[in-house]
Design a protein around this ligand. Structure first.
Ligand code: AMP
Ligand code: ZN
Length: 102
């Protein structure tokens, strides 16, 4: 999707280090971390938000990725967060799950 920061990162139009990648999603460190470890898990498919997501298999894949990322990053205790809609604080209109660990 044009003008979407996460699509641009996926397409390497904006440089960013992937901490994880599989067929369905990728993960990057949040540019403005709100915890010691703050990772964003992002589906490769552009879906505006959880409200627009109808493929629950994909949502499952994202949570499977979270488990793999947490093993890789040595995270055992963590919070997950999905902001849905501008009024709820969603700034980037491409679905993503925050992993926050201190
Ligand atoms: P949200 O408010 O849930 O939409 O979260 C968007 C998150 O994306 C924020 O925590 C931002 O700090 C983060 N973010 C924005 N641009 C970038 C970027 N280029 N690389 C990494 N994280 C970013
Ligand atoms: Zn996008």
């Amino acid at each position: 999707m044009e003008n979407c920061i996460f699509c641009k990162i996926l397409n390497k139009e904006i440089p960013s280090k992937f901490v994880y990648e599989d067929d369905y999603c990728f993960a990057i460190n949040d540019i403005n971390p709100k915890a010691k470890k703050h990772i964003l898990v992002i589906p490769k498919k552009h879906i505006e938000s959880l409200a627009q997501a109808d493929d629950m298999e994909l949502i499952k894949k994202l949570f499977e990725a979270i488990k793999k990322i947490n093993i890789q990053e040595n995270i055992s205790d963590f919070k997950t967060l999905i902001n849905t809609g501008k009024q709820a604080g969603q700034e980037v209109m491409h679905l993503h799950i925050h992993i926050l660990a201190d």
